[in-house]
Design a protein around this ligand. Structure first.
Ligand code: RAM
Length: 353
C-alpha cells in the first residue's frame, strides 16, 4: 500500500532520476558514465520491458498496456505490449521465450495459468531477464515481485457484501469465474468463501462456481445454464470483466435483471448500458491504466537493482506516489495498487474506461 513519507530509499531513487534527466538519457542511451577507475557503467534507464497480458483481446489489458507505455516514457524505458489472442497460459509461452531470446531486460506478465508459464519464466530468468507478475500472478518462484490491484481479502469480501446487500442476505447465488486455472479469480473466490463464513450470510447459499473462460460466448452459455439449473437464483458474482458483461447481457435478454442481482468486477464502459437498465447496481474494479503503470515502475526498479523483493523496500511510482513491498494475504513479495473503485448508477458516468 502507499505510504506518505518519503524515506531514504525514495530520496535515493529521486536522486537517481534527477541524474538520469540531467544527463538527458533517452530510451536507447540509459547508461551512466563510470567514474575514472570505477567498475563498469551502470544502466539507469533505457530498459526494454516486454509486457504480456493474459490476452490482447480483453479491454482491461489494453488499458494496462497504455499505463505501461506512459510509465516507460517517463522512465526512459521502452515497452513492447504483446500476447495471445486466446486466454491461455500455454499460448503465452512463445511470447516469454521471444522476450528472453531478444534480450529484453524484464517481462511483466498477467497469466491465466501460473503452472503453464512457470518453466518458460524460469528459462527467461536464467538468461538474465527479470520477471514481475501483475493482476494474474505466476507461481511465486517464477517472479521477483507480484503487483496486485488491491488486497485479495478485500476484493473477495467486497463482492460478497455487494451481492448480499442486493439479495437481502437471503437465497441462492452463484459465481461466474474466468478460467478454472486463473490464479487471481481463484484467490478472490477463496476469500469470498472466507467472508461467507460470517454469521450475516447464514441464509445465503453458494450453489455453483461456473467457468466462462474469460470468453464472451462461454460466459453467456454458463449464465444460461445457471439460470436454468437454479430457477430460484437470487444473485451472481462475476469476478471477471468478461463474465460480468456476458451475465448482464444474458439477464437483460431473459428479463431477469430485477430477480437476479449481479455484481463482480467490470469495466464502466462495458457495463454502462446495463447499469442504466438496472441490470447491475453495484460492482467494482480498479484503475487499469494505473495498474499497468505501477507494474512497469516495479519492473524498472527491479532491473535497476533498486528492488529485489525484500519486504519493506519503498519506491516512488511517478504520479502514483510512494509504495512499499509487503506480504499481503499470505502472498509475498507484493506491491498493492490500492483500494478498489466502486461503481453505481449514481457515479458510473464519471468513469470512462
Ligand atoms: C478479466 C481478467 C483479469 C481480471 C479482470 C477483473 O479482465 O480475468 O485478469 O483482473 O477480469
Amino acid at each position: 500500500m502507499r505510504k506518505r513519507k518519503l524515506g531514504l530509499f525514495g530520496m535515493v531513487i529521486g536522486l537517481v532520476l534527477a541524474v538520469v534527466s540531467t544527463v538527458g538519457l533517452t530510451a536507447s542511451a540509459g547508461t551512466a558514465k563510470p567514474a575514472k577507475g570505477a567498475g563498469p557503467a551502470v544502466k539507469l534507464a533505457g530498459f526494454k520491458i516486454y509486457f504480456i497480458p493474459k490476452t490482447t483481446t480483453i479491454p482491461v489489458f489494453t488499458q494496462n498496456g497504455i499505463g505501461a507505455k506512459e510509465a516507460a516514457t517517463k522512465l526512459g524505458d521502452t515497452v513492447t505490449y504483446n500476447g495471445p489472442t486466446d486466454v491461455s497460459g500455454a499460448k503465452q509461452v512463445p511470447f516469454i521465450d521471444s522476450a528472453a531470446s531478444q534480450g529484453y531486460d524484464a517481462i511483466v506478465i498477467s497469466t491465466p495459468d501460473p503452472a503453464a508459464v512457470a518453466p518458460a519464466l524460469k528459462r527467461a530468468t536464467d538468461k538474465g531477464v527479470k520477471v514481475v507478475s501483475y493482476d494474474g500472478d505466476t507461481t511465486p518462484d517464477a517472479r521477483t515481485i507480484f503487483v496486485a490491484p488491491t488486497t485479495n481479502k478485500g476484493i473477495g469480501a467486497y463482492q460478497v457484501k455487494w451481492v448480499a446487500s442486493q439479495m437481502h442476505f437471503k437465497g441462492q447465488f452463484a459465481i461466474l469465474s474466468a478460467t478454472p486455472t486463473s490464479g487471481n479469480q481463484n484467490t478472490w473466490i477463496k476469500f469470498m468463501k472466507l467472508e461467507l463464513k460470517k454469521k450475516a450470510y447464514k441464509n445465503m447459499k453458494l450453489v455453483k462456481i461456473a467457468y466462462g473462460n474469460d470468453n464472451p460466448t462461454d460466459s453467456a452459455k454458463q449464465t444460461q445454464s445457471l439460470l436454468q439449473a437454479y430457477p430460484k437464483l437470487k444473485g451472481i458474482i462475476s469476478p471477471t470483466t468478461v463474465g460480468i458483461q456476458a451475465a448482464a447481457q444474458e439477464l437483460q435478454q431473459e428479463g431477469k435483471c430485477k430477480s437476479v442481482a449481479l455484481t463482480g468486477l467490470g469495466l464502466p464502459n462495458d457495463m454502462r448500458k446495463y447499469v442504466k437498465k438496472g441490470c447491475a447496481k453495484k460492482f467494482g474494479l480498479w484503475n487499469e491504466k494505473d495498474l499497468g503503470y505501477l507494474a512497469t515502475y516495479v519492473a524498472h526498479y527491479v532491473v535497476a537493482k533498486k528492488l529485489d523483493g525484500s519486504l519493506g523496500q519503498t519506491f516512488t511510482a511517478g504520479r502514483l506516489g510512494k509504495y512499499k513491498v509487503v506480504a499481503s494475504d499470505g502472498n509475498k513479495p507484493v506491491v498493492v495498487l490500492g483500494p478498489p473503485l466502486v461503481f453505481t448508477p449514481k457515479n458510473i458516468d464519471k468513469y470512462h474506461f
